[in-house]
Ligand binder design. Structure first.
Ligand SMILES: [Zn+2]
Length: 261
C-alpha cells in the first residue's frame, strides 16, 4: 500500500464537532473546494501539534491526506487566528453570525471563490476594528449578491417603475412602491435605509466602512437584512433551484473533488 495522496488548501474553520477522546471533525470554508470536512486526529491532546490551528474562525494553510471517509489533516499552519475576534464577546458574536451564514450559503465540494474572499476580508476587517454592525450589513448584501439573490433595490418589484423617495416597502426580493401591493414578507422601509442598502450593495468593503449611518438607520437595516437573509436561506436552501443558482454563480467547470486533483 502506498502513502495516501495529499492535497493542500487554505481554509477558515466555520464549525467543528469533537469526537472520541481527542479528535475533531472540522468544517472548513475553502477557496476552491467550497465547504470541506476534515478529520483532525489527536487535536485535543495536550501539546498536540494541531492545537490552536483549527478552532472556530481560524484561518489556516492545511496539508490533507485522503482518508477512508474524510480527508485527514496532516499539518496546519495558522494564517490568522483572529485573536481579537475570539476574545471580545461582541466581536465573537459577529464572527459566529458571519460563519453561520457562510455555512448556510455554501456547498460541499463546490468552489465559491467570491464567497471565500468575502468571508476572509470581512473577518480581517472585524479583527482590525472596523465598525462591526456596518460590516455585517455589507456582508449580508454581498452574500446575497454572490449567491444570486440580491434584492431589487432600484425598481418596484410589481410595476417595475423606478423607486422614488417616499413610503416604500422592502422584502427579501426587493422594494415595492407605494402604489403597488407589497408581498407578505415586505415591511415599510425608510428612504435613508434604502439608500444605504444600495450603497452597501455596490460598495467594496473599504468604501462601505467609511459610511456613518445613524443608530436608528443601523437598527432598521439590521431588521430588514437579517430577515431577508434568513428568509432566503430557509426558502431557498431546501430547494433544488438554490443549488442550481449556486452552481451557476460558482466558477463553471471547477467543481472537482479533492481526490481527483
Ligand atoms: Zn410599483
Amino acid at each position: 500500500m502506498g502513502a495516501p495522496r495529499t492535497f493542500r488548501t487554505e481554509g477558515v474553520v466555520i464549525r467543528y464537532s469533537d469526537i472520541g477522546e481527542a479528535d475533531r471533525i472540522v468544517t472548513l470554508l475553502t477557496p476552491h473546494y467550497g465547504k470541506l470536512r476534515a478529520l483532525a486526529r489527536g487535536i485535543r491532546r495536550a501539546r498536540a501539534r494541531l492545537a490552536g490551528h483549527l478552532d472556530s474562525c481560524c484561518r489556516s494553510e492545511l496539508l490533507l491526506a485522503e482518508g477512508r471517509e474524510l480527508p485527514v489533516v496532516a499539518s496546519a499552519l495558522l494564517v490568522n487566528g483572529y485573536a481579537r475576534l475570539r476574545q471580545d464577546l461582541h466581536l465573537t458574536s459577529y464572527a459566529l453570525y458571519l460563519l453561520e451564514l457562510a455555512d448556510r450559503f455554501s456547498e460541499e465540494q463546490l468552489e465559491n471563490w467570491p464567497l471565500y474572499q468575502l468571508v476572509v476580508r470581512t473577518l480581517d476587517a472585524l479583527e482590525a476594528g472596523a465598525p462591526g454592525e456596518l460590516l455585517l450589513r455589507h456582508f449580508e448584501l454581498q452574500l446575497l449578491k454572490v449567491s444570486g439573490f440580491l434584492p431589487s433595490l432600484r425598481f418596484c418589484l410589481v410595476c417595475q417603475q423606478e423607486i422614488e423617495p417616499g413610503e416604500n416597502w422592502f422584502g427579501p426580493q426587493g422594494v415595492t412602491c407605494p402604489a403597488c401591493p407589497p408581498d407578505a414578507a415586505s415591511r415599510p422601509v425608510s428612504t435613508t435605509a434604502l439608500k444605504v442598502m444600495r450603497f452597501l450593495a455596490r460598495a467594496g468593503l473599504d468604501e462601505a466602512v467609511r459610511l456613518r449611518p445613524t443608530t436608528a438607520t443601523l437598527r432598521e437595516l439590521e431588521g430588514h437584512l437579517q430577515r431577508a437573509v434568513r428568509i432566503v436561506a430557509e426558502r431557498e436552501l431546501k430547494s433544488a433551484d438554490f443549488l442550481q443558482q449556486v452552481r451557476r454563480q460558482a466558477s463553471e467547470g471547477k467543481i472537482v473533488s479533492p481526490a481527483s486533483r
